[in-house]
Write a protein that binds this ligand. Sequence first.
Ligand code: 13P
Ligand code: SF4
Length: 336
Amino acid sequence: MTSTLQNDLTPYGGVVADAAWAEEVRSLARKRDAVLLAHNYQVPEIQDIADFTGDSLALSRIAASSDASTIVFCGVHFMAETAKILAPEKTVLIPDARAGCSLADSITGDQLRAWKAEHPGAVVVSYVNTTAEVKAETDICCTSSNAVDVVASIPADQEVLFLPDQFLGAHVKRVTGRENMHIWAGECHVHAGINGAELAERASENPDADLFIHPECGCATSALYLAGEGAVAPERVKILSTGDMVHAARDTKAKSVLVATEIGMIHQLRKAAPEIDFRAVNDRASCRYMKMITPAALLRSLREGADEVHVDAETAARARASVQRMIEIGQPGGGE
Ligand code: 13P
Ligand code: SF4
């Protein structure tokens, strides 16, 4: 029997992403003066119809600078919320407001306030995969493409509270060598499921392949261990944000690449470098929230002006300072 929760999360369906669909989407977007943004984990049809496809940081920057009066964010809820925080005067739509994020759900505003109380004076660095309420309690937000730069920008003698992703936190701690950094024990269920044993097996079957690994993955530490042990050449192991994976695909000389992240990523990688054989380390690593943005959901969104994203003015004002710092620090992220 199907549970109520599963029924509630059944994505909108019944629409084929054919030429007529694409024409209607484009025409409705023009009428609404809307820019369509898509994250790299969206289904291929959504990635291909979007004006810009990219990683969280690049899409936040585009949302902040776009001239369009409406942003249609094809991604998950915290991403659309971030766009609204940065552009409060714009209408921000997400094609299905139920598209959440298990990582963002792993810490609440109350939990963060209690953690801060235990470490007075610490600088709070939050991954962008957090709610607006958590961002409002944060000093600097970061994404996977600038987390190292953000932590490195904080004076060495100041304590850091890093949240919510423990694997990204471990990566940042390793790269910066920072001891006074406390890490929240949150995780993304999709990335945590890409484990070290699976990676080691794939790497031994494909000894000449590059490894592109998202820092949220449970296997990121194992990859560096394999490199340290000489099982994989260290220069083949690349810990990258989704946008940086696209840049790395264009630059690598490898003929095959093992990709450890959500499977939607493979579409952009194949477009960027069609001659390379890209393989998912775990081909079941699919984010059901990202996949709720179906062709039917996008059409409904543009026809009905739904689902509109709201962030209350006071929370947005407090959150904006931390998000603004995020988009000012580090490299631009990746998107086009
Ligand atoms: P990026 O910032 O690398 O796009 O990742 C976002 C995300 O949700 C990863 O699961
Ligand atoms: Fe959240 Fe994980 Fe989905 Fe990314 S892949 S949106 S972190 S649940």
